[in-house]
Write a protein that binds this ligand. Structure first.
Ligand code: IMP
Ligand code: MG
Length: 171
C-alpha cells in the first residue's frame, strides 16, 4: 500500500504550536476543560495541551459512526461519556477531523444540555466539501481536500494511527 504524505510532522508541530498559543490567549482566566474524542484525537490532543500555557483539565468521550467504512453511517453512537461535571465551565472539544460534521454537532448539543459556560471546538483537519451540518469549528489546523487520510491519530480500520504525519492512501 502506498501512502502519500499530505502534512509532515514538522508542518503539524508548527501549526499545533500556533493553535496552542491562540487557545492560551482566548481562555486566560477561564475554567478550561479539554475534551478529546477517542480514539482519533489522542495524538493531536496530547501535543496541543502541551502547547497550551494555562491550567486545564482533560477528559475524554468516544463515539462511533464509521465501523469499517470510510464513509459515515450518519448515526453517531456515544461509546464513552465524560467523568467530569462541566456545568459553568469552559469546554473545548478536540477532534481529529471534521467531515460531515455530524459527530461534532451531536457532541456539542449533548454537552450544551449540561449548561457549560461555553463550548468551543478545535479540529486538526477540516474537509469542508463534505459538510452536512452548519457547524464551523472555532480552531482549525488545516483545511484538506475530500480524500481519506490516515496518521497522527487518524485510522483506517483502526490502523495507521501511530504515523507521525498525515497521509493519503493510494493503491
Ligand atoms: P463526521 O462526523 O463525518 O464529521 O466525522 C468525524 C469522524 O470521522 C472523525 O472523528 C474521524 O474519526 C472520522 N473520519 C472522517 N474523515 C476521516 C478520514 O479521512 N480519515 C480517518 N477518519 C476520518
Ligand atoms: Mg474520530
Amino acid at each position: 500500500m502506498q501512502i502519500q504524505v499530505l502534512l509532515s510532522a514538522e508542518d503539524i508541530a508548527k501549526r499545533v504550536k500556533e493553535l496552542g498559543q491562540e487557545i492560551s490567549r482566548d481562555f486566560r482566566d477561564k475554567d478550561l476543560v479539554v475534551v478529546g474524542i477517542l480514539k482519533g484525537a489522542v495524538i493531536f490532543m496530547s501535543d496541543l495541551v502541551r502547547e497550551i500555557e494555562i491550567p486545564l483539565e482533560l477528559d475524554f468521550m468516544a463515539t462511533s459512526s464509521y465501523g469499517q467504512s470510510t464513509k459515515t453511517s450518519g448515526v453517531v453512537q456515544l461509546l464513552k461519556d465524560l467523568d467530569t461535571v462541566i456545568e459553568g465551565r469552559d469546554v473545548l472539544i478536540v477532534e481529529d477531523i471534521i467531515d460531515s460534521g455530524l459527530t461534532l454537532s451531536y457532541l456539542s448539543q449533548l454537552l450544551l444540555s449540561r449548561k457549560p459556560a461555553s463550548i468551543t471546538t478545535a479540529v486538526l483537519l477540516d474537509k469542508p466539501d463534505r459538510r452536512q451540518t452548519e457547524l464551523v469549528p472555532d480552531y482549525i489546523g488545516f483545511c484538506i481536500p475530500d480524500k481519506f487520510v490516515i496518521g497522527y491519530g487518524l485510522d483506517f480500520d483502526n490502523r495507521f494511527r501511530e504515523l507521525p504525519y498525515v497521509g493519503v492512501v493510494g493503491d
